[in-house]
Design a binder for this molecule. Structure first.
Ligand code: UFG
Length: 332
């Protein structure tokens, strides 16, 4: 079996490539290296003993993309490629819509042309906007607060429409909660370009002394310690969720959206304290005003993933904190 992985040198993409190879699946990776480095391929090879076939390609360049489809047949595509910074998407919406939507349309047209009918799409719990209730079921109302989120939701809609029009098409829309951690070797890790906005990269910066302190956005929410609750999921568990989805996407037709989370919520302060305890480091922080657009609470209903993929997470929040720190210290 051969799978095409778009954005396969990125954070979640590279971890998924490792688990695909370890499951005996042949992989072709393409990436434009906008938010990742070519050296990731050396690291994947070091971990797995296999160097994946790599093509430097931008999905908005349809002609280059077509060459990849001409040269090999793929049993399925896992589609990670896309811009993902919320703030940047607000400032540069056209860049986001062009890259994420145009790029995906190119990919889907070529999949149709070359008779590749199975797609796993990297969606996000961001499509739930500010949820009315937790745990969040896949049937919850969908709406998005920024252009980045809207590109995820639009692509979900495009895939639902495509599956209605083409009865042979199969699309699995994976809605990730908050991916953190990295491969236990520390070799591949999250390496955000520019100033990171997400909690774990900021915790790491504060622990390293790269910023004077972490700002905790709000401690007056109606939660057990006043800070927001999220469903943090280890990226290796998330990668395994994709491997489980491969089997499903090949054996089924139509579209399905599935949450990938642990089902457990942790507050911002709980994550900071766990990080300090597990790694024996201090994370200086102070309480700051609430961040606009944040929901108080977000965690997954995980029953569907278990039912349809037979998948559930194995790694704890301690594992996430330990591996994230190891990756931050050893990442080159
Ligand atoms: N937080 C802080 N200080 C920081 C950064 C974050 O207190 O410096 C808090 C936030 O207020 C929030 C929690 O940490 O309560 C998690 O924030 P993240 O930015 O790490 O994650 P979000 O849940 O806000 O958003 C993430 C991704 C989005 C994705 C969404 C899906 O960043 O891309 O999950 O639900 F869409």
């Amino acid at each position: 079996m051969r799978i095409l992985v778009t954005g396969g040198t990125g954070f979640i993409g590279s971890h998924t490539v490792v688990r695909l190879i370890e499951n005996g699946i042949d992989v072709t990776v393409f990436d434009n290296l906008y938010n990742s480095k070519i050296t990731v391929l050396d690291k994947i090879e070091k971990i797995t003993g296999v160097r994946p076939d790599f093509r430097l390609c931008d999905m908005t360049d349809r002609d280059s993309l077509e060459i990849i489809f001409k040269e090999a047949h793929f049993d399925a595509v896992i589609h990670f490629a896309g811009y993902k910074a919320v703030g940047e998407s607000v400032e540069k919406p056209l860049m986001y819509y062009d890259n994420n939507i145009t790029g995906t349309l190119n990919l889907l047209e070529l999949m149709e042309k070359y008779n590749v009918k199975n797609l796993i799409f990297s969606s996000s719990a961001t499509v739930y906007g500010i949820p009315d209730k937790c745990p969040i079921e896949e049937s919850a109302p969908l709406f998005c607060l920024n252009p980045y989120g809207r590109t995820k939701l639009m692509i979900e809609e495009i895939l639902r429409d495509l599956c209605i029009a083409d009865k042979d098409f199969s699309a699995v829309l994976l809605r990730y909660f908050n991916p953190v951690g990295c491969h236990p070797s520390g070799l591949i890790a999250e390496n955000p370009n520019g100033i990171p906005n997400n909690l774990m990269p900021r915790i790491i910066q504060a622990a390293k002394g790269e910023i004077p302190e972490l700002k905790v956005f709000g401690d007056d929410y109606d939660t057990r310690d006043g800070t927001c609750i999220r469903d943090y999921i280890h990226v290796v568990d998330l990668a395994d969720g994709h491997v489980a989805a491969v089997d499903y996407v090949i054996k089924n037709k139509g579209s399905i959206a599935v949450n990938l989370g642990t089902g457990n919520g942790f507050t911002v302060l709980e994550l900071i304290k766990t990080f300090e305890r597990v790694n024996g480091v201090k994370v200086p922080y102070s309480i700051a005003p609430r961040r606009e657009g944040d929901s108080m609470e977000s965690f997954a209903d995980t029953r569907l993933a278990k039912k349809v993929f037979g998948w559930e997470t194995k790694l704890s929040v301690e594992d996430m904190c330990r591996d994230a720190w190891k990756g931050a210290l050893s990442y080159e």
